[in-house]
Design a protein around this ligand. Structure first.
Ligand code: DLL
Length: 433
């Protein structure tokens, strides 16, 4: 364990630490960011009133829009000469979100990534190939500094150029690989199609560090089987720092949250009402140690659940379920709510189906129409047309019975769905175009 004292701290002590840090963080935001001062005052809240966790509810939420509106440096709480790095989210709609880090913020960031890696069983003796994108995206540099912090040999590959990725995995004796889960599958496909003589068994690869997008247990088994590795989930968001906000342990039964640095609440995404521990909803974060850009009650839009189950790994840190989707990714199909990950779970139950799919939503007259295009493997594709027809009917029936939606299932040839080297785009919602 990278930081046993914190990761296994008795819950009571951890809560005391959180409360003390919450008070500091709320005060820090109020005193140093005019935006927060104004927002708190408009809600009739003053940091002096903050005594206990219950008082959190008096504090207004921070939204992605607030962050965009303050582009680029409006929410920084320290002078620019104390900021040593910025990251930014893509900003496909409107301004990008810019996040600054002080030296100390980066220390916390790399420690959390080092903790994540060591919880998967990675040590300073490992060789880690980082195939997350380097740049304003936090994946590459985030994993990179965490890996170096652990003392591991770090190979800063960035995404793409699959043959080169494979060459280095083999030649450098890489033992740990980090990328989006969809890129990992891409690599598996590439090997099968173009390098039939490349045997994963002949490499030293043993662990995969996957995150930055939702993925399912089905996808995990697929990656583990095809790449012959142990695949772990890592979660995070740029607004808080990047990867390492939460991480799985050997039990793979939820992700431990870096509670000494983040305080999390679950709310009903529609009403904003606080939900009791254990219920699913949108996760809202407050940073406890961030100097450059304190986030107070940030609405992440990620849907999950928080629980403490006395994990046998010894960590007392609260756990969150793997994030199955964002509230803004949720599709409403003829009044039924579905997440792309639920669609993936159904698909992955079927033999011969590949985890490459795209969901196309359209409106035909007054009704929503959903089509799921999914790849089948070579063997199935060359089978009789009847076998394919029966399979798509069968999948369609499963959608109806388990998700309550009628979807058109189109089985397509291997390699037809566009691949990504970073986060994959699963949904095309033509209703929004
Ligand atoms: O994706 C940080 C990251 C990089 C995490 C590498 C893990 C590995 P953003 O680009 O700001 O940051 O996107 C954050 O991605 O709010 C989630 O919706 C989604 N996300 C990240 N990790 C996971 C995961 C990085 N393990 C947004 N499972 C988050 C599901 C994830 N969704």
């Amino acid at each position: 364990m990278f930081n046993k004292e914190i990761e296994c701290m008795p819950v009571k002590k951890l809560k005391e630490l959180q409360l003390e840090r919450l008070k500091w963080s709320i005060r820090h935001a109020f005193d140093n960011v005019p935006f927060y001062k104004k927002k708190f005052e408009a809600a009739g809240f003053h940091p002096d009133q903050f005594k206990d966790f219950d008082d959190m509810q008096r504090i207004p939420f921070l939204t992605k829009q607030d962050m965009r509106d303050n582009y680029p440096y409006g929410l920084f709480a320290v002078p620019l000469n104390k900021i040593v790095r910025v990251h930014a989210s893509s900003g496909t709609t409107g301004n990008a979100t810019v996040i600054g880090h002080t030296k100390n913020d980066l220390n916390v960031f790399s420690e959390l990534v080092a903790r994540s890696l060591s919880s998967y069983g990675v040590t300073g003796d490992d060789i880690i190939q980082v195939a997350y994108g380097y740049g304003l995206f936090t994946g590459g540099l985030g994993l990179h500094y965490g890996s170096e912090r652990l003392g591991a040999l770090t190979v800063p590959m960035s995404g793409g150029n699959t043959p080169r990725q494979l060459m280095f995995i083999k030649d450098f004796g890489v033992t740990v690989f980090g990328s989006t889960p969809s890129y990992a599958l891409n690599i598996a496909d590439f090997i099968e199609k173009n390098m039939p003589d490349f045997k994963m068994e002949s490499t030293k690869l043993r662990i995969g560090v996957f995150g930055a997008e939702p993925w399912t247990e089905g996808m995990r088994s697929e990656i583990e089987r095809r790449l012959k590795i142990d695949a772990y989930d890592i979660y995070g968001l740029s607004e808080l720092m990047g990867p390492g906000v939460s991480y799985e342990c050997k039990n793979k039964s939820g992700l431990h949250l870096g509670e000494d640095n983040f305080y999390a609440e679950i709310i009903n995404p529609d009403t904003g009402e606080l939900l009791p521990e254990g219920e699913r909803g949108e996760i809202v974060y407050t940073s406890l140690t961030k100097e450059a850009l304190p986030v107070i009650r940030y609405r992440s839009r990620d849907i999950t659940r928080l629980f403490r189950d006395g994990c046998s790994c010894g960590r007392t840190l609260i756990k969150m379920d793997r994030v199955t989707g964002r509230s803004d990714d949720m599709l409403i199909i003829r009044g039924v709510n579905v997440f792309p990950s639920q669609i993936e779970s159904v698909l992955m139950k079927f033999e011969g189906i590949e985890p490459h799919y795209q969901i196309i939503v359209d409106r035909k007259g007054p009704l929503d129409d959903i089509e799921v295009m999914v790849e089948v493997n070579e063997r199935l594709f060359s089978d009789e047309i009847k076998v394919m027809n029966d399979l798509s009917k069968n999948i369609s029936n499963h959608f109806k019975s388990s998700l309550g939606i009628s979807a058109k299932i189109t089985l397509v040839e291997p390699q037809t769905i566009p691949r990504s080297e970073g986060k994959s785009a699963r949904v095309i919602d033509k209703r929004k175009i």
